[in-house]
Design a protein around this ligand. Structure first.
Ligand SMILES: Cc1cc2nc3c(=O)[nH]c(=O)nc-3n(C[C@H](O)[C@H](O)[C@H](O)COP(=O)(O)OP(=O)(O)OC[C@H]3O[C@@H](n4cnc5c(N)ncnc54)[C@H](O)[C@@H]3O)c2cc1C
Length: 436
């Protein structure tokens, strides 16, 4: 039996396994597809800010592999090594046992992890937004701080508890800050404190908010942030993080106990272990998504440097939009390598971006048509409901949106994700990259 092993259950690996299974089923072949991942779901990351803001439940954005990948063998494990000559890989299961697996075709889609810098205290006190554990931790921790602030006798301590610092003003950091603002507004109404007493600071080294949406929409987003009372500080980052304050690169100090680090990603650690050529830390592949010199090994998504044929000389950015389409291209090209169909180079023109800016606000540029306000909100929500790859999850998210329109937001911290669970990388099921 021929064995195809897909590493990772993100947008790329999930789409590849699903499409490949469909293609091969039609051919009645003797091919076993195995997907190996430390988690048993595909995470719809674009809605993680909604999870952190208490708008959408964590399970609604988790697409289970069971029941959606019929015919694919799923192994719960973290791949530690891949021997591209012997055609084997080594993985560790959730109980710490190590195993070896043979393959005829290897598809590497381990995605990315939060990019960290050597900033004192960052890994200890800040948290990212790449996993369910991190989103739940931010929600629960922030709510707890708001509750504790109401009991503090020292006003300066209370003010620190009511301050949130988000680092990274790209779309995910911006969406996070507005969702936490909406959560704080709901808490103020239900707990009875002044919403203006909750302070949000959004930092970025860049000179523009969300450069990915262009100057016009970036400006529109900036206005929404201003209206929502978010203090945007550009050209700045963190110099130091402590349990109760941060120091910025201009040496100013902000008292806070909630710091989110959403500045960007780097390829999953597995890529570095391969010892193969990389570009910007991502594994180099050809336009057909094959790893040069290894015709049986394919890679794509955030972990791979896929040439962007629509802009020669560049690589595709790490977005879900590319990841899903690359998963589809992988399925086609892996099937072709097994003798079914023909291989095709990956080519995809950017279809634009949608950015949810909290209640009634959004900016979007679908097919490069720039929209903001309520029309953008409708496009943004419709897009996510279309893009979530499972009917049950779509239904649950739609109901969550409807519920939020009709009822006050539910304010409960379930305490399921501890500060340790939500550590960078640990929460993503992969070993810690760098600690303080
Ligand atoms: C908060 C947030 C919001 C975002 N919003 C958008 C958006 O609105 N639009 C957009 O286009 N993009 C968005 N993105 C980017 C998008 O999520 C990524 O580009 C996309 O997830 C990449 O898909 P992937 O399959 O390459 O990697 P991932 O989705 O990161 O999946 C990688 C998978 O590999 C697994 N894995 C990792 N290491 C190993 C290993 N050693 N062994 C086995 N399995 C492993 C992981 O557990 C995971 O299942 C957002 C990202 C974040 C974090």
């Amino acid at each position: 039996m021929t064995s195809v092993v897909v590493v990772g259950s993100g947008f790329t690996g999930f789409e590849c396994a699903r499409r490949l299974q469909h293609r091969l089923r039609r051919q009645h072949t003797d091919v076993q597809i195995t997907l190996i991942s430390p988690i048993d779901y595909m995470l719809y990351t674009p809605l993680l800010p909604d999870v952190a803001g208490g708008l959408v439940d964590a399970r609604f954005v988790s697409i289970p592999l069971a029941g959606t990948l019929d015919g694919v063998r799923v192994i719960r494990g973290r791949v530690d090594t891949a021997d591209l000559t012997a055609h084997t890989l080594g993985y560790t299961d959730p109980e710490g046992r190590t195993h070896e697996l043979a393959w005829d075709r290897l598809v590497l889609t381990p995605g990315s992890v939060t990019r960290l810098f050597d900033i004192p205290g960052l890994a200890t006190y800040a948290r990212g937004l790449k996993s369910i554990a991190e989103a739940l931790y931010l929600r629960d921790h922030f709510l707890e701080q708001l509750e504790l602030a109401g009991l503090d006798s020292d006003p300066s301590v209370a003010a620190g508890r009511r301050t949130v610092v988000v680092v990274g003003a790209s779309y995910s950091g911006t969406e996070l800050v507005v969702q936490l603002r909406a959560l704080a507004d709901a808490a103020a109404r239900q707990m009875g404190f002044d919403p203006q007493s909750v302070r949000f600071v959004l930092l970025d080294l860049a000179e523009q908010v969300m450069p990915e949406v262009g100057a016009k929409l970036g400006k529109a987003a900036r206005e929404v942030l201003r209206d929502r009372g978010v203090d945007v500080r550009l050209g700045l980052t963190l110099k130091e993080v402590q349990a109760n304050h941060v120091v910025l690169s201009d040496d100013s100090r902000i008292d806070t106990r909630t710091v989110a680090w959403v500045t960007g990603v780097t390829a999953a650690p597995l890529i570095e272990t391969l010892g193969l050529p990389t570009e910007k830390g991502r594994l180099k592949v050809g336009a057909d998504l094959r790893v040069p010199g290894h015709p049986d090994v394919f890679a794509a998504g955030d972990a791979a440097a896929v040439p962007d044929l629509t802009q020669p000389g560049t690589i595709t950015p790490p977005t879900a939009q590319h990841a899903v389409r690359q998963g589809k291209a992988l399925a086609r090209n892996v099937a072709a390598s097994l003798g079914f169909g023909t291989s095709k180079d990956y080519r995809h023109r950017n279809m634009g971006l949608v950015v949810d800016l909290g209640p009634r606000k959004a900016v979007a540029n679908p097919l490069n048509i720039q929209v903001s306000g309520l029309p953008a909100k409708a496009v943004t929500r419709a897009y996510h409901l279309y893009a979530i790859p499972r009917g049950v999850n779509r239904w649950a998210v739609a109901l969550a949106y409807l519920t939020d329109l009709i009822f006050p937001r539910t304010l409960v911290s379930m305490g399921l994700a501890s500060q340790e669970d939500a550590q960078f990388s640990t929460s993503e099921g992969i070993p810690m990259l760098k600690a303080d």
